[in-house]
Design a protein around this ligand. Sequence first.
Ligand SMILES: C[S@@+](CC[C@H](N)C(=O)[O-])C[C@H]1O[C@@H](n2cnc3c(N)ncnc32)[C@H](O)[C@@H]1O
Length: 304
Amino acid sequence: MMNNAKKSKLKFRKMKNNSIIKVTQILLENSKLGKSDINEIISFVIKREYSEIPFIPEYELSTKELNKIFKISKKVAKGKPLAYILGYKIFRSHKFLTNNRTLIPRIETEQLVDYVNGFIIDNPEKKFDVLDLCTGSGCVGISLYLENSNNIEKVVLSDISRFALKVANKNIIENKILDKVEIVRSNFMNVFLNKEQKFNILTCNPPYIDKNDANIDRDTVKYEPHLALFAKNNGLYFYEEIIKNIEKIIKVDQPFIVVLEIGWQQKNNLELLLNDKLGLKYNWIFNKDHFGNWRNLIITNREK
Ligand SMILES: C[S@@+](CC[C@H](N)C(=O)[O-])C[C@H]1O[C@@H](n2cnc3c(N)ncnc32)[C@H](O)[C@@H]1O
């Protein structure tokens, strides 16, 4: 049986019309790629901004460009993550460099930034200190600064992985925000707890997969760093640490927000933990992602 990638190459060859719209249609019909991935590949190959691609549907691709698009599509069809092929991922319309030592920024993680943006809009007069734990490429913390530079005093990005922090540092340099965003290598909160350094805003997308989880995607396990994926205590370890130490790391006497990404099956266990450790002291809510799965835990001050 001919595989999809081969079929689409044959179609490419026969094509009289090499427009972006036509090539997109063929890839949608013959490969596993979605429209945003196809636009990212085209943008990379023709060296135009990602946001421009939908507006140039009649752009005629050269044979060289077509071959390059085909070559990349073939690698993706075999399971290699597009972000690792291109070397970057678009997250909330910002471009983040990635490599195989960082988790690829996910669309569901973009919501973390939305919740913090809402909190900042509700407190327009204040300037906040932000800590982004388990920062990886830095996508969450850097997006927060880029979108709220007037209301953020400083962002600290932290991770245990030297390799991830190197990538985060490159992303800070690319965005020219070296004076406002700092990098701290730490085994989770240790450095901050020792320094007794506190923040108004804490974001964290920690590793949260239990090593025995049967639902995990095979390509994720094959290509992405295991340090970014798996956590002990049924995947709950990092949440337990934050909840236990919330008053040591957060300025709870001022407006604050803690926004965590969680695994879709972790809500019940986290509720037990929150009831046990925090009771009614703070507000906490769970929210779903765009796919309808429980995805975020948000902790804030109790309304007076
Ligand atoms: C799920 S990834 C999230 C990356 C990024 N924030 C994102 O949303 O794309 C988790 C990150 O936690 C880091 N990590 C794992 N164990 C850690 C630890 N003990 N202390 C600090 N960071 C850790 C990994 O290196 C990885 O970058």
